[in-house]
Design a binder for this molecule. Structure first.
Ligand SMILES: [Zn+2]
Length: 67
């Protein structure tokens, strides 16, 4: 799962990776032809719908952390 955006200045969406390639459709359903990875960007720019989908799928993320 990576944060990615369509263009600089737009919202950061959560996008799944398969074989190190980003899926074209973000968790919220937004589809683009090509994502740019969102690096070093404020999380305040994250897409609220993507975050809701991620939380609904994994409501207690701490239980999934394996050290
Ligand atoms: Zn989104």
């Amino acid at each position: 799962m990576r944060y990615a955006q369509e263009r600089p200045g737009l919202k950061l969406h959560l996008v799944d990776e398969v074989n190190e390639r980003l899926m074209l459709t973000a968790l919220c359903g937004r589809t683009v032809e090509r994502w740019r990875l969102g690096l070093n960007l404020p999380m305040g720019m994250a897409c609220g719908r993507c975050l809701r989908v991620a939380r609904a799928a994994n409501p207690t993320p701490r239980e999934y952390i394996v050290l």
